[in-house]
Ligand binder design. Structure first.
Ligand SMILES: [Zn+2]
Length: 69
């Protein structure tokens, strides 16, 4: 139930990946307690989802948006 703990791991992970990329090269969905955290290597997108499938769907929507823009 702590938001500060929630972003510790993926925040670091995203920034280290974003340094070498900065683009939407890869997305990941990591299990965290009773939900999932989805994020992108561009470092500008991350979210939490109740299921892995939903995280993957949102990641796909994110890259589709980015590629379209
Ligand atoms: Zn991205």
């Amino acid at each position: 139930m702590s938001d500060s703990v929630l972003y510790d791991l993926p925040g670091e992970f995203v920034s280290s990946m974003a340094e070498s990329s900065g683009y939407c090269d890869a997305q990941a969905v990591l299990p965290k307690d009773d939900h999932y955290i989805a994020f992108c290597t561009c470092g500008r997108w991350h979210t939490t989802t109740p299921t892995r499938d939903e995280g993957l769907a949102l990641a796909r929507a994110h890259t589709a948006e980015t590629e379209a823009g």
